[in-house]
Write a protein that binds this ligand. Structure first.
Ligand code: MTE
Length: 304
């Protein structure tokens, strides 16, 4: 029931034989953990009523103590425990490749230039758990357009930070770093795709990908790279961390949430909302059916 590389998966297999029980235990452990300290408030963030979900929002303490951020450790509680190992100032984000106006931004200039709004999105992890998160962010399209993509910009590559102080980057996490992800340009330009800089009206906690991360709510959570330092527009499909790990056999490039296409090691038909006991049905595109035209002509019963 985990995204874990097979090496770790095999070590933990006996525990995981418990199946749903194990995930339940994991979430109970998350609830029992110490509460996360609150960060600075973001100024002037207003909810965008167009992007909301009529479902209970996952509590702040669950969103910030039940994490996947392998650079800070592979257990769900590691990223919050090791959060201080990530330094978020000074911080730059470089935009390069097929753009008329490449630029290396200081994060504080990004925060000033692109005002954040609140968007409440479902987050569906490939491991079959989910949350409802009130993100603060701005459309990725607005950010990309500012750099004037050329006609050869067919894809967008995202790179997460690597800092030697981060305990997971030393190799035992089982996946290569830096964490790399990518989108097709039309996916990146879709109004639902955002760069998030906060949640619950506060600066993004380190464990959730401070100071800036991707959020692509119709795809499995692993597409949403955290703590981004480089964005490159390019003609060819980017290499991703998870495809380097297993040739894309378990974690595809598209990775659209799809209840009808199982992960090779588990079903994707249902998910467990963190905080709930009973599992709920997983929705096609995680409930964001408006993205379907992006995939016209692709056979949605296949694994991509
Ligand atoms: N980004 C980086 N750099 N490293 C990671 O390990 N994990 C991914 C994604 N982004 C990950 C990452 C996975 S598997 C998920 S489900 C989401 O982050 C989890 O985001 P959250 O911890 O804020 O809920």
């Amino acid at each position: 029931m985990e995204i874990t590389p097979k090496s770790l998966y095999l070590r933990r297999r006996d525990f995981l034989k418990l199946g749903a029980g194990a995930t339940l235990l994991a979430s109970t452990a998350a609830l029992a953990r110490a509460k996360t300290e609150h960060g600075s408030k973001l100024a002037g963030v207003k909810p965008n009523p167009k992007y909301t979900v009529d479902e209970k929002q996952t509590p702040f303490d669950d969103i910030t103590t039940y994490n996947n951020f392998y650079e800070l450790g592979t257990d769900k509680g590691d990223p919050s425990e090791n959060a201080a190992a990530l330094k978020t100032r000074p911080w730059t984000v470089e935009v390069a490749g097929e753009v008329g106006k490449p630029k290396k931004w200081d994060i504080d200039e990004i925060l000033k230039t692109f005002p954040a709004e609140e968007r409440v999105y479902r987050l569906r992890c490939v491991e079959a758990w989910s949350m409802v998160v009130p993100w603060d962010g701005f459309p990725l399209a607005d950010f990309l357009k500012r750099h004037e993509p050329t006609s050869r910009a067919k894809y967008v590559a995202f790179e997460s930070v690597v800092q030697p102080s981060m305990p997971g980057v030393k190799g035992y996490a089982g996946i290569p770093f830096p964490y790399l992800e990518g989108l097709r340009i039309d996916e990146a330009m879709h109004p639902l795709a955002i760069l998030a800089v906060g949640l619950y009206g506060e600066q993004l906690p380190n464990q959730d990908g401070a100071p800036i991360r991707l959020v692509v709510p119709w795809k499995y959570g692993f597409k949403s790279a955290k703590s981004i330092v480089r964005i490159k527009l390019q003609e060819r499909q980017p290499t991703t961390t998870w495809s380097q790990y297993d040739g894309g056999a378990e974690y595809g490039f598209y990775a659209n949430v799809n209840p009808d296409v199982d992960h090779p090691r588990w079903s994707q038909a249902k998910e467990r909302r963190i905080g709930d006991i009973l599992r709920r049905k997983t929705l096609m595109f995680n409930g964001y059916g408006e993205v379907a035209p992006l995939y016209a002509g692709m056979d949605l019963r296949k694994f991509y």
